[in-house]
Design a protein around this ligand. Structure first.
Ligand SMILES: [Mg+2]
Length: 230
């Protein structure tokens, strides 16, 4: 017997290992363009990118601004023949990323267990082209009733309106039968709270999980999620 009819699932660092995809994509892109790439650059990039995505969640920027801002201050733009060439280089990252699904080992077994017993939806703030490509390449797209990508609907997690859009689109009225599964406190868990649904956070790293008022459940691996929803 299912406790939830509708499960909203985040992609990056929930189903897919984004850190691994990110590193492989940057490395490929930089090598192809004859630029140096090392661990130090990677950590600087990650800090820069994290801040960028926080600003996107806050509505300061949109994903349309990513081409311009992705490597802002991190690479010497003057080495590219023109600004257009720089943007082309920057978006080359998206092409690389689209090729790299890196699905976590516990993702498919969980989806197999739940498939057919409830509606599963993808909820992601990622770039549409990347997310569709990775869902296809990983063989995961068939598990989901529908995919809700912020870039396509013009609303993003953690906005209450983002979730209201989904409830309307899918005629969902009973929020007590909805749960969100994701890794991010600022987009998934806060979004779930804003929407008034149950929240479950996956915490793969770190030695200890701290209690958090935004999280109804916190789990270490996706197989634990099955016990929460069934
Ligand atoms: Mg995520």
């Amino acid at each position: 017997m299912m406790k939830y009819d509708n499960i909203f699932i985040d992609i990056d660092d929930t189903l897919f290992d984004f850190s691994m995809a990110e590193e492989a994509s940057l490395k490929n892109l930089f090598e192809k363009n004859g630029l140096p790439f090392d661990d130090e650059f990677l950590s600087i990039y990650r800090e820069h990118n994290l801040k960028l995505w926080r600003d996107i969640e806050k509505g300061v920027y949109t994903t349309d601004d990513l081409s311009e801002l992705r490597f802002d201050g991190l690479v010497d733009k003057s080495r590219f023949g023109s600004h257009e060439e720089y943007l082309k280089f920057s978006d080359g990252y998206i092409d690389e990323l689209a090729c790299c699904p890196f699905v976590f080992d516990d993702a498919k077994p969980m989806l197999d267990k739940l498939y057919g017993k409830c509606n599963m939806y993808i909820v992601t703030n990622g770039v549409a082209r990347v997310q569709y490509s990775r869902l296809e390449k990983s063989g995961l797209s068939g598990y989901f009733k529908r995919v809700f990508i912020s870039e396509e609907i013009g609303l993003h997690k953690p906005l209450k309106k983002y979730f209201e859009y989904i409830f309307n689109a899918e005629n969902i009225t009973d929020k007590s039968r909805c749960i969100i599964l994701g890794d991010s406190l600022t987009s998934d868990m806060l979004g779930g709270r804003n929407a008034g649904i149950t929240t479950c956070r996956i915490v793969r790293k770190g030695s200890r999980i701290k209690e958090n008022p935004l999280c109804d459940h916190q789990i270490r691996s996706l197989d634990e999620f099955i016990d929460i929803v069934m």
